[in-house]
Design a protein around this ligand. Structure first.
Ligand code: HSE
Length: 427
């Protein structure tokens, strides 16, 4: 069998991981041989874990993408625009299939790139863009294509999950644990993308587009990260029976698909509450399936490179299957911003001045908007005279909690901004 010739652009952790897999392909279960024909990266001479001296070097990713000697263009450059996008477009226009791990690119331009792939009758595959080594993209797109999905949810950022897990487990600070996540290779080159929730939002948008045959529109995705979550919140929540995690979800509503990312408090017994460290997990709910959960390493060179190689393996028998499953992805459901009749319980943390009446003012503000307290916990004031308080509310409506949120911002005694996060219902 003729080898499948790869052009790899981007030689960071994942690119080098892929080269390692190419080198040990005899041990893998690929349908045929693969070889690296050309590579491209920002700097040729950089110290890497891979020996690239025998490959043709290209200064420019797009030139590699259009080269006659490659059968597959592998894009591991990253970034939603710029060289990555141009190179992918070049490959597709040249009739070459593309494998990419670039979630920002697919989340922002996936619909147009899928069109380009279809016009040129080639595959655009991006398993590694979502949840690293967890094979969720093609599971959703292909194996679960007969399931009417109602919700897809999960933990899609390993760095944030590592942060919330490790801070609680070890009592270490946010900064310390984030530095470790960077050292371990979980975090993006710019870790703001992780902690702001943006990385998870890119992935959630991609999953939602596939799961609901929706017209991908990243501008409608609501994104909140973990920057506001402190060790205090994690410990309070834990004492009250919850784990705080960054949860990404896509929900089918009458008005369209609501896709959002935010910290949530999960009851200890919730299956997602037990997914710790850098693990990712995706739960797909729908009929006639019920629910299926896929969990595994969502970050790191090895797992992500294995997902890239899995896509490459698929290209021995190219199918030019529409990238998001359905050819008519533009006429699918719209992305929309709110679940109108949503009701939920909330975890609220505030710090109040340690004086009489401060707590009463807080609970009165909640009561005035019909938000009722289920559990309440207060610790002694710290050295600055700030008394930390955590409240679990009863289930209330969006309108009630939004009005209460407004009242909280007008209280006379809070020391800093309150943290208010949704509590996930038991699974
Ligand atoms: N930075 C990502 C994460 C890994 O922490 O999950 C790649 O998507």
């Amino acid at each position: 069998m003729k080898p499948l010739r790869l052009g790899i652009a981007g030689l960071g952790h994942v690119g080098c991981g892929l080269i390692e897999l190419v080198e040990k392909q005899d041990k893998l279960r690929l349908p045929g041989p693969v070889e690296v024909t050309g590579v491209s990266a920002r700097s040729r001479g950089r110290n890497r874990n891979a020996d690239i001296s025998s490959y043709r070097w290209f200064d420019d990713a797009a030139t590699l993408a259009g080269d006659d000697d490659i059968d597959v263009f592998v894009e591991l450059v990253g970034g939603s625009d710029g060289p990555a996008k141009f190179a992918v477009e070049t490959a597709l226009k040249a009739g070459k299939p593309v494998v990419t791990a670039n979630k920002a690119l697919i989340a922002l331009h996936g619909a147009a790139l899928a069109d380009l792939a279809s016009e040129n009758n080639v595959d655009l595959l991006f398993e590694a863009a979502v949840a690293g080594g967890v094979p969720v993209v093609r599971a959703l797109r292909d194996s679960l294509s007969a399931v009417e999905v109602s919700r897809v949810s999960g933990i899609l950022n390993g760095t944030c999950n590592f942060l919330t897990t490790e801070m609680l487990k070890t009592g270490r600070s946010y900064e310390e644990v984030l530095a470790e996540a960077q050292k371990l290779g979980y975090a993006e080159a710019d870790p703001t993308l992780d902690v702001s929730g943006m990385d998870a939002a890119h992935k959630a948008a991609i999953l939602s587009a596939i799961a609901f045959s929706a017209d991908l529109d990243f501008s409608k995705v609501a994104v909140e990260g973990v920057e506001g979550v402190e060790l205090l919140d994690l410990t309070f929540a834990d004492r009250l029976g919850y784990r705080i995690k960054l949860i990404a979800e896509g929900v089918l509503t009458e008005d369209g698909v609501v896709c959002r990312v935010a910290p949530k408090a999960l009851p200890h017994e919730h299956p997602l509450a037990r997914v710790n460290g850098s693990l990712n997990t995706v739960r797909v709910e729908g009929e006639p399936l019920g629910a299926v959960v896929l969990t595994g390493p969502g970050a790191g060179a090895g797992p992500t490179a294995s997902a890239v190689m899995g896509d490459i393996a698929k290209l021995f028998t190219p199918s030019a299957r529409p990238a998001f499953g359905r050819a008519d992805h533009h006429s699918g459901r719209p992305f929309t911003t709110e679940i109108n009749d949503e009701r939920s319980a909330y975890f609220l943390r505030v710090r109040l001045e340690d004086r009489s009446g401060a707590l009463a003012e807080l609970t009165e503000a909640l009561a005035a908007e019909g938000v009722s307290v289920d559990k309440l916990m207060q610790d002694s004031a710290d050295e600055n005279g700030a008394a930390p308080i955590a409240i679990v509310t009863h289930v209330c409506s969006n309108a009630e909690i939004n009005a209460a949120r407004k009242r909280l911002s007008g209280l006379s005694s809070p020391i800093d901004a309150p943290l208010l996060i949704r509590i996930e219902a038991a699974a």
